[in-house]
Design a protein around this ligand. Structure first.
Ligand code: ATP
Ligand code: MG
Length: 542
């Protein structure tokens, strides 16, 4: 992986090309070339060797989006370690679970994160042998100084022979439907990253690419580190969090040509209105794509108008390691659809009956999305959960846990998670179709739909919405929104009640957690909340 992403270019004509252009919180810019990234990651590979870390052992990186994060992830891959990037906004407990599950030997973090999040849990992690701190160790004697070790290390490292099946990355899922699972990926996955980066994101070496995902989530690693580097592009990395004005400024000033972001960010930009966008020249953008949640048609068209480019939705999961289904640049977008399977990817809509899997050939029928396994970035297991891993496969298919429909032209349409499906008066309603309609109402910024028990209908659809600026929730507005939804969805699928909320419960990957909405609505236990975003961070009010 690290050879394909970095060293191959460092030895070739792209050696001096900027690999990463890093924008610090305060706006300072730091650049590193492919040659520079190769040398820095080599130093870190040596550091691991000197600490006695062996191949196959886990190195976790808990850091904001700083150059050290990218350098140490690539260095750990060079050394043959399994690297596990963790989201820096996690609290001590989610971090502890992940470090313990991954049996982490070495942790790279910063002094500040160490003091706040690691010190309180370090005693409970006997397997954690070394902690390296980027930016110094002034008051933490139990940790090592990353910079000092890096400075003392050689900047040339010979990557030992690596097999495609050697484990490379441990990524935890987003925890949208339950406790996060640790998915294991192998070095051969870089093939998928490279190919999908070219086919779906249309990346070419002359591009300036910005993937807004944090490497704590799989998108931030597969498409924030590996795919773009393997293609030789310049990647923009912003250390700061979402901010409409800052984001439009980055798109303009960095002359971003290809942009990969998520529906939650797009919805927030839509909600922020035209103000922050005014005066920005976004004409450098030539391709915009989105992943992580369904992208409603309204957002696709908003992109065409506001960014000058429609937004191309694509679908994949932590488990698939790379993009599987996409609206390609070369094809017409079908707004609301995830697109079509990639070349070499066989996708189908199936039904599970007592363990047997039947492919539903008929177009438009609802079923579970299944993929024929075998592509390089397919996960090779859930850490410590062999049974759950085995349950994902049946009849030669990998079962994704997502519900979808396929149309006559092989476009796939997301309906919901199998867990989120609503069964009302004998028919199924996918939350996404309800939510897509609700957000078309001018007052509605975001919407979540769930099913709650009903003695007559089995379940009824209940909606939760947050409002755009300038609107206030009232019984009249509620009735108006219900009527609006009913006219479009028909009586059977439309919500029977609407609740106004300040914001919807989301996880840190920005996904709406319908299971939390449901638990709250029913007064039940909320389950694993390790990835839930805290209230304070959520109350976004532009
Ligand atoms: P967990 O598995 O822990 O519940 P998660 O499924 O959200 O969390 P990820 O692997 O990060 O964890 O997300 C993959 C899921 O995100 C997909 O299975 C799908 O439900 C949803 N998703 C991703 N892209 C899209 C898309 N383009 N349209 C609709 N849903 C999407
Ligand atoms: Mg999942």
């Amino acid at each position: 992986m690290a050879h394909e992403a970095v060293d191959r270019h460092a030895m070739g004509p792209l050696a001096d090309r900027t690999a990463l252009r890093w924008i610090a919180r305060d706006g300072r810019i730091d650049e590193v070339s492919y040659d520079g990234l190769s040398r820095l990651s080599s130093r870190f590979a040596h550091v691991l060797g000197e600490l006695g870390v062996e191949r196959g052992e886990t190195v976790s990186v808990l850091s904001g989006r700083t150059p050290e994060l990218y350098v140490t992830v690539l260095g750990a891959l060079k050394a043959g370690c399994v690297v596990s990037p963790l989201f820096s906004a996690f609290g001590p407990e989610p971090i502890r679970t992940r470090l313990a599950k991954g049996n982490t030997r070495v942790l790279v973090t910063t002094e500040e994160l160490y003091r706040r999040k690691i010190e309180p849990i370090r005693d409970s992690l006997p397997g954690l042998r070394h902690v390296l701190l980027a930016g110094g160790t002034s008051s933490s004697p139990a940790a090592l100084d990353l910079t000092r070790h890096m400075d003392a290390a050689d900047d040339r490292f010979q990557i030992p022979p690596t097999k495609p099946e050697d484990p490379a990355i441990l990524h935890f899922t987003s925890g949208t439907t339950g406790e996060p699972k640790g998915a294991i990926h192998v070095h051969g996955a870089i093939l998928s990253h490279h190919v999908t980066g070219r086919l779906v994101l249309d990346l070419r070496p002359e591009d300036v690419f910005w993937c807004t995902a944090d490497p704590g989530w799989v998108t931030g690693t597969s498409y924030g580190i590996l795919a773009p580097l393997s293609i030789g592009v310049t990647s923009v990395v912003d250390e700061a969090d979402f901010d409409p004005r800052r984001w439009y400024r980055i798109l303009e000033e960095q002359r971003v040509t290809v942009w990969y972001t998520a529906p939650t960010a797009i919805r927030m930009l839509m909600r922020a209105g035209a103000g922050p966008r005014q005066g920005h020249d976004l004409s450098g953008l030539r391709f915009v794509a989105s992943v992580g949640e369904p992208l409603d048609p309204e957002a696709v068209w908003w992109g065409a108008e506001a960014l000058g480019r429609p937004i191309h939705d694509n679908w994949w999961q932590t488990e698939t390691g790379g993009i599987m289904i996409a609206n390609y640049r070369s094809m017409d977008i079908r707004p609301g659809s995830m697109g079509r399977p990639l070349p070499g990817i066989e996708a189908a809509i199936v039904r599970r009956d007592n363990g047997a899997v039947t492919v539903i050939e008929e177009e438009g029928k609802l079923g579970e999305l299944a993929l024929r396994p075998g592509w390089p970035s397919m996960f090779r297991g859930y850490l410590h959960d062999e049974a759950r891993y085995r349950d994902c496969f049946s009849g030669g298919w990998y079962l994704t846990g997502d519900l979808a429909r396929r149309d006559a032209d092989d476009y796939f349409w997301f309906v919901g998670r199998t867990d989120d499906l609503i069964k009302t008066s004998g028919h199924f309603v996918g939350p996404f179709e309800v939510e897509s309609v609700l957000v078309e109402h001018p007052a509605v910024a975001e919407a979540g739909a769930i099913g709650t028990p009903d003695p007559v209908a089995g379940e009824i659809v209940r909606a939760f919405v947050s409002l755009n600026r300038g609107w206030t929730g009232s019984p009249d507005l509620g009735l108006e929104i219900l009527g609006f939804a009913r006219r479009r969805l028909g009586a059977a699928s439309s919500p029977k009640s609407v609740d106004f909320v300040e914001s919807l419960p989301k996880n840190r990957a920005g996904k709406i957690m319908r299971r939390v909405l449901k638990a709250r609505a029913l007064g039940l236990a909320e389950g694993d909340l390790s990835t839930l975003e805290p209230e304070a961070a959520r109350s976004y009010n532009p």
